[in-house]
Structure formats: C-alpha cells, structure tokens
Design a protein. Sequence first.
Length: 241
Amino acid sequence: MKPIKLMKEIMSDIASVIYPNICIGCGSIMPFGSGMMCDKCMAEFCDKHNDRCPVCGRIIYHRGKCRGCNSEKLYFDRGHSLFEYKDSVRNAVLRCKYKNMKYIGRYFGELMADYAENNGMGGFDIVTAVPLHKNRLRQRGYNQSEIPAVMVASRLGTPCAAVLERVVDTKPQNSLSREERLRNIRRAFAVKDKEAIKGKNILLIDDIYTTGATVNECAKVLKKNGAARVEFLTLSCRAED
C-alpha cells in the first residue's frame, strides 16, 4: 500500500474513534465520512406507498379520503408528507427533537425542500413552522420544525416568517388519544400580526402528521384571521390504521 493512501486510512480510523459517525436512524457507528445513515435505514427513507389521502396526504390502504378527512371539519386546503412515521424515520425524528441533534433537522430540510421543488409546491406568500411554546423552546433550545421551514422557504424563493405563536403550553400530543389531542390543542395558537397574513397563501411546516389536530388548529387560526389558503408539509405521517 502506498504511504499516502495508508496515512489517509490511518487518519480516517483515528477520526472515526474521536468523532464517530452515527446513523441517525438506528444509531449504529459507521465509517467516517460515510453519510447520515446506514444502507438499511436509508432504504426506509423512501415512499413505498402509492395510496395517499388526496386531502391530507396520509398513507392509506384504500381509495378515496382517509377516515379523518371524511369525518373532521378541515381548515387546511391540502397536506403533504414524505415518509411513514415508523422505524428509522421515527428514530431520526425523535433524535432530532429530544437528543439535541439539531443537524438532523437540516437533513430533513434538504429532503423536504427537494420534495416541495419536485412536486411543484409553489405559489405561497409565506412559509412558517408550527411554533413551540416559549417554555418548550427554552428547554429544547430550538424548534425542530423551524430548521426545515427555513430551508424549504429558501428553495421556493418564499419568505419564512413566524406568523403564529403558541400561547398555551400544552401537554405533549404523543401521549394522548385522538379526542384528547383535539381538546389539548384547542385555542393553543394565536396569530402575531393579522395584517401580515391577510389574503396570503401559507405553507405550514411540521415534523409529524398524526391525527392532524395540530396542523388543523394552526390552519383554523390562520384562516379565521384572514389567510386565503393554508397547506402543510411534514417529513412524516402515521399511516391510517
């Protein structure tokens, strides 16, 4: 082996020990410089489902709208989600939110910006993230949905603005039933400046679409304060049971 090549391999091995490259999906240690995910987890970051609800974009196993969109009063106009919230996708989302791995949010942002661009998601006046309450933001240090929101807005050539605020420090939605989620999130959001959203088309960014309670409540507040159209884009969604 040539000395230069040998030295590069030695330096790579040393770097792998000092700065291990950890898969954001399963947490396994990978060779230095090998990317964000192992091959197994990378395969799970793809859309394997052809059937989607035409309204919210949830993964379904039948034709037509999902049960939620058939039964609930909806305030958003259209929804889009990239992947199913399970396995490596779920693990990566949780690491981004609760393990201070802010850089994962930038990776999500690239994926979401690619989706928005490739699927013709234009015509928006504002891109905004689902906000955290100030107490949660202080505790976490960042809003994991704001990171991809900035990146999507940049790719679409659209301003990114915090037009909503979370005025109630609600319980975490993931611990609640569907009915409890709806009650928990009611009146949790407010518009910062009505004039800033009046007549505007708004793209709302979040990490997970589960029951839809959060994005629908955000859309409700935006619409009731003058927004013309509200769509949402999430990295992941729960498939319909």
